[in-house]
Ligand binder design. Sequence first.
Ligand SMILES: O=c1ccn([C@H]2C[C@H](O)[C@@H](COP(=O)(O)OP(=O)(O)OP(=O)(O)O)O2)c(=O)[nH]1
Ligand SMILES: [Mg+2]
Length: 152
Amino acid sequence: MTSSIEILISAQNVPNYAHPGDAGADLLSSEDLTLAPGERRMVGTGVSIALPDGFVAFVVPRSGLAAKHGITVVNSPGTVDAGYRGEIKVILLNTDSQVPYDIAVGDRIAQLIVMPVTRAVFVPVETLPGSHRGDGGFGSTGYSSPTNGNQS
Ligand SMILES: O=c1ccn([C@H]2C[C@H](O)[C@@H](COP(=O)(O)OP(=O)(O)OP(=O)(O)O)O2)c(=O)[nH]1
Ligand SMILES: [Mg+2]
């Protein structure tokens, strides 16, 4: 069962969840523009929100735009802090090297995911406690299926 919270919003177009249970509510462009091949642009949404303390909103790409047109969000996930009251902007990138992409007012350009967030109290120490993984990372476990014995 999906939980929900009320979020105060000031918006020309309120973000909408396309289906019950969707994690992302679609953000609409407040501008007409064309993204040239390879162009990066900060695009307005006309949306400002007042997130309750203890929540964050992430601006993330739409998979359809990415798969069909190579349009992505450069800083994905874009972080909207609880205290931010400005307009949510989407930093779009046209990754296609040849085809421009037209955006009209009202087009769904990205989606917003609201999540609870935990703040850390960082405690500096000389030595960290050990762990099974240790400092292995960046492909240390290999790439093929771990069941076929080939760890390369
Ligand atoms: O995709 C994004 C990312 C951020 N923001 C807004 C909300 C966020 O709270 C604020 C600052 O974002 P962030 O902390 O990622 O950017 P910064 O470069 O660290 O800026 P600042 O110094 O203002 O924190 O900008 C957006 O509207 N869209
Ligand atoms: Mg910041």
